[in-house]
Design a binder for this molecule. Structure first.
Ligand code: ADP
Ligand code: MG
Length: 613
């Protein structure tokens, strides 16, 4: 949110929120806002209240749901002298519903203010009741212009002691044809009274009113990013904490995003996520408070130049970042409040382009999101995390598009000789193409990175018996291993943290049925013997000083599966054979492809026929 200069007078910078206790209010009001559950003043309240308390005229603009009622009702109540039993504040509202609503909120805010009373007056309600209230000496009247005029004419509403007039939803009142009534009422108020206008917009007619009836008003405009960015498609996903990274990468892959920010709530989370995405083949970098200013500048510069795809950041670190053409903003962690939310998502969907804002919610956070939606009137719909099949499909169509574009642009060197040789050997051209696509996709890292730049197909994976890569559906039930109790992974654990991996390993030690294994990483050395396990070939070995711990850690870390899916490990001079749970074998092969271990990019493959089951 942002405050803007408007009109002829100085504007206030009202983008911040402050505690109510810093706004110069009496204890009675502070008790009331506390009782109402308001934790801090909204930006319009922060900006308006101190100025209003000085008696200055105000023109306030902010979006629906930003808390304008309390912004004027609080200073209104503070300005009432309880000893004077006459109308001191008049609030004009366009409709009876609104008058009732404002009266209710004002009543709550005045709850602890002894001797301050108010009444709504509107058409449709009996005059009798309103007479009685007015005769009883109320100080705050909240009414529709028509009925207020009626009472003035009947002499039942006297305005000579009036200190403050508030026009709420001024634009709507004018749209409804209340202009003459409003002018009539304003003319009947004392010259000395304070005047506050609230309106979403300030058309010419309101400018006129302001010019003629107010004295050098303070203009306060709070701009809501969310409201002004209707081209941001906002979606939330309910995601188990431990599945967030998987969910994130699927959403990136399915949408083929290439440029975005991923917001996390803590520095640790930023580091962790950056590392994980990096190891999965995404081009990422990070920003948080512990990173030096010089380094931050470098990261921002690189990001603006699109030298990498995704910036992982905390709110604070991303504050000064002036990029605005992001394809997507991920709220990997839910922001603290609607304010931060709108701030974050305001970085996408600018310059007339459509942006996306994806928000992850887990457990109790759902309630927090709901209250943010209500409070800031956010337009967020619920989404479904794509399945692995959908990810594959999307990848395929991205890939298809790339091939088509390359053909269209004739952006390739001919390889007629190689193709002719293959054709000569009797292979069908469709089979040759299929094999090439298979090689390209099989060795590419997830996230479209490698697909984006297919490069030379010079180093195919050492295919032993590679079946079609169709990973087991690990989504939402992350653990397929038999030896891990559900309690082993409490929801609070940050995804992929060392502790989670440690726990998986620890756990399989802790269980008596985990057989002959002695220490965390101890695995039998003879592969291909255990039923239910498949053997996977890895192109690293003793030469790279690989240990079983390296292998187990890498597999568990990259796949997010528990360490128990790894069985026997047989390390040779230049390669390693690893048993992994049959159900996860293809998934492991796919996930490890291109990941670095001891400086070597892994080219895993299934040694399929060695499986015993
Ligand atoms: P507006 O008039 O700007 O559309 P409202 O004054 O009707 O907004 O406020 C919208 C909702 O936000 C109301 O339910 C109100 O009680 C609540 N609200 C107002 N101020 C705060 C605050 N500081 N903290 C939390 N909720 C608030
Ligand atoms: Mg309002």
């Amino acid at each position: 949110m942002q405050a803007r200069r408007g009109g002829e007078s100085l504007a206030l910078c009202g983008m911040e929120k402050r505690p109510f206790s810093e706004l110069g209010l009496t204890p009675d009001i502070l008790k009331a806002v506390e009782k109402m559950g308001f934790e801090e003043a909204s930006p319009i309240q922060t900006a308006v209240i101190p100025v209003a308390l000085t008696g200055k005229d105000i023109v306030g603009m902010s979006s629906t749901g930003s808390g304008k009622t309390a912004a004027f009702a609080i200073p209104a109540i503070e300005r009432v002298d309880p000893k004077i039993r006459a109308v001191q504040v008049l609030v004009l509202c366009p409709t009876r519903e609104l008058a009732v609503q404002v009266a209710e909120e004002t009543g709550k805010l005045a709850h602890f203010k002894r001797g301050v009373t108010g009444v709504p007056i509107y058409g449709g309600q009996s005059y009798e009741r309103q007479f009685r209230a007015l005769a009883g000496g109320v100080q705050v009247v909240i009414g529709t212009p028509g009925r207020v005029m009626d009472h003035m004419e009947r002499g039942t509403l006297k305005l000579d002691q009036l200190k403050l007039v508030v026009l709420d939803e001024t634009d709507r009142m004018l749209d409804m044809g209340f202009r003459d009534d409003i002018e009539h009422i304003l003319k009947a108020t004392p010259q000395t009274r304070q005047l506050m206008f609230f309106s979403a917009t300030i058309p010419r007619m309101i400018q006129d009113l302001i010019g003629r009836y107010s004295k050098n008003p303070e203009w306060i405009k709070i701009e809501s990013v969310a409201q002004n960015a209707p081209q941001v498609e906002q979606v939330w996903f309910e995601v188990d904490r431990r599945s967030k990274i998987e969910a994130l990468t699927r959403l990136i892959d399915v949408n083929d995003f290439r440029y975005g920010i991923i917001f996390c709530s803590t520095k640790i989370m930023v580091d962790d996520l950056d590392e994980h995405l990096h190891s999965r083949g995404y081009l990422t970098d990070r920003l948080h408070g512990d990173i030096t200013q010089a380094q931050r500048d470098r990261v921002m510069q690189k990001f603006r130049e699109r030298k990498f795809e995704f910036l992982v950041a905390t709110d604070v670190a991303a504050r000064g970042l002036d990029v605005d053409d992001l394809e997507v903003v991920f709220n990997f962690d839910l922001p603290n409040d609607a304010e931060d939310y709108t701030h974050r998502i305001g970085r996408t969907g600018r310059a007339g382009r459509k942006g996306r804002a994806f928000t992850f919610v887990s457990g109790q956070e759902l309630y927090k999101l709901q209250s943010m939606v209500r409070w800031a009137k956010l337009d967020v719909r619920r989404g479904k995390i794509p399945s692995l099949d959908e990810v594959d499909e999307a990848r395929t169509s991205v890939f298809f598009e790339k091939i088509r574009a390359t053909l269209e642009a004739k952006n390739f060197k001919p390889h007629d000789r190689m193709i002719d040789r293959l054709l000569d050997q009797g292979y069908a051209s469709t089979d040759i193409c299929s094999a090439l696509i298979h090689l390209l996709q099989g060795t590419s890292a997830p996230g479209g990175g490698a697909i984006a730049k297919p490069g030379p197909v010079a180093k195919p994976a050492p295919v032993l018996t590679e079946k079609s890569v169709k990973p087991a559906p690990v989504w939402a039930k992350p653990v397929a291993a038999p030896k891990v109790s559900p309690a082993a992974a409490p929801a609070e654990t940050p995804v992929g943290s060392e502790t989670e991996l440690e726990r998986d390993r620890e756990d399989d030690d802790g269980h008596p049925e985990s057989g002959p294994r002695k220490s965390k990483y101890d695995r039998p050395a003879r592969t291909g013997r255990e039923p239910g396990y498949a053997t996977v070939f890895l192109n690293v070995g003793r030469k790279q000083i690989v240990t079983p711990a390296d292998i187990v850690g890498k597999i568990a870390g990259v796949t997010r599966l528990p360490a128990t899916i790894v069985g026997a490990i047989d390390i040779h001079q230049r390669h390693t054979l690893v048993d992994v749970a049959e159900a996860e074998a293809d998934f492991v092969v796919k996930k490890l492809a291109g990941i670095k271990l001891k400086g070597i990019a892994l080219e895993p493959a299934r040694a399929g026929n060695e499986t015993k089951s």
